[in-house]
Design a protein around this ligand. Structure first.
Ligand SMILES: [Mg+2]
Length: 115
């Protein structure tokens, strides 16, 4: 069942139903930040995601903190978008992305089935 869900997700991703990859590739191209700046931005977004998760887990020392407006889902998307901007700006295509997502998803599934 899970494998079927993953395959549907990947297929929809490839078909661009979940993401407008052409639009994201365009934004990545016209973005003024350098690759190095994007890498730092990615680390910032990963930190924001970590903080959201720690708050949601009521981690020690963060009891007084409240989640941000976008929460965990929004921070996940921020991470994805910045990572995609690096992917596209370093000369990789939508087809490269589709192939890599498919092959890496299959590899991930294989590891899950072997554990
Ligand atoms: Mg963010």
């Amino acid at each position: 069942m899970r494998a079927k869900v993953v395959k549907i997700y990947v297929a929809e991703l490839i078909l661009g139903k979940l993401m407008n990859l052409e639009y994201i590739a365009h934004l990545s191209e016209v973005e003024k930040k350098s690759i190095l700046e994007r890498m730092i931005k990615l680390q910032e977004e990963v930190g924001e995601l970590a903080q959201e998760i720690l708050i949601s887990q009521k981690s020690s020392g963060l009891e007084h903190k409240t989640t941000g407006k976008d929460g965990i889902p929004g921070e996940c998307v921020d991470v994805i978008l910045v990572a995609l901007s690096i992917f596209f700006k370093t000369g990789h295509s939508q087809l490269d992305l589709e192939k890599l997502i498919e092959s890496k998803s299959k590899r991930w599934e294989k590891f899950q089935n072997n554990s």
